[in-house]
Design a protein around this ligand. Structure first.
Ligand code: URA
Length: 263
């Protein structure tokens, strides 16, 4: 295999989330060797990875969502919401992630983006959308004159995720995690009060619309927390399927024209 093929395979693995050579918890391979029966097939000696354990802690997902709803409802401003989420003890992802990732951008922005969950770079930096997908997102927004660093609400963007903690090895958020944390995201939207929302990818649609299937949902305006919301392809998906960028461009133009039509 040549250099470029090897690099392309490595890139593909990183896209799939296999971006670390170690697990989140150590595995004592010597102990495993001893415990293994001599005739056991090698695969039988691999224990269930600790990251595969259900991330929902002791309470059921439904109970946890209720706790989240109460805590979110009691938060009267963004700093209190941030504190309430950070102190929420029912999501086991908080124990494996390095950072709590709340938001980035300007909370006064007219446009708010809800993504999926922090990835490796976001977990390291404590900010959403700072890796490759985030860089593409910034370029997409710039194409319609929006910038997360802008002070002016008309050109600014405010960004958050469905989950504030990185799922181990960038696995997809589970339905239970999305529904447990959705009350916080809804309250986040209410407190920030944007005019329009972008639901970036399937997890945001699943968590806030109760529906997935981004290929059919994208570009179709819906409503979340009393605001118009447009589902779009996630930039991480667009990095893998650049041929779908034309759809993202159409959706950005739809957003821009909606913004212009609002007072
Ligand atoms: N993908 C997301 O959905 N959110 C991030 O913050 C980074 C990548």
């Amino acid at each position: 295999m040549g250099y470029h093929d090897a690099l392309a395979m490595l890139d593909w693995q990183i896209e799939l989330g296999a971006d670390e050579a170690i697990l989140d918890a150590p595995v004592d391979r010597f102990a495993l060797e001893e415990a293994a029966a001599p005739v056991a097939a090698p695969v039988a000696r691999v224990p269930a990875a600790p990251v595969a354990a259900s991330p929902v802690a002791a309470a059921s997902a439904g109970e946890a969502a209720e706790v989240a709803r109460d805590a979110a409802g009691a938060a009267g401003d963004l700093p209190s919401l941030r504190a309430a989420m950070e102190g929420f003890g029912h999501c086991a992802l908080s124990q494996t992630a390095n950072s709590f990732v709340f938001s980035d951008g300007n909370p006064a922005a007219r446009v708010m983006i809800v993504g999926e969950a922090p990835g490796r770079e976001e977990d390291q930096q404590g900010k959403p959308f700072v890796g490759r997908a985030g860089q593409l997102l910034d370029r997409m927004l710039a194409a319609i004159g929006l910038d997360r660093a802008s002070d002016a609400p008309a050109t600014a963007v405010y960004i958050t995720n469905m989950l504030p903690w990185r799922p181990p090895q960038n696995r997809k958020p589970e339905a239970a995690e999305l529904s447990m944390l959705a009350p916080f995201v809804r309250r986040h939207i209410e407190l920030a009060g944007p005019d329009l929302l972008i639901l970036m990818g399937n997890s945001a649609c699943e968590g806030l619309l109760g529906r997935a299937g981004i290929t059919r949902l994208r570009g179709q305006w819906a409503e979340v927390a009393g605001r118009p919301a447009i589902p779009m392809f996630h930039p991480a998906y667009l990095l893998r399927r650049p041929q779908d960028k034309a759809h993202a461009w159409a959706d950005l133009l739809s957003l821009q024209s909606r913004l212009r039509s609002l007072p």
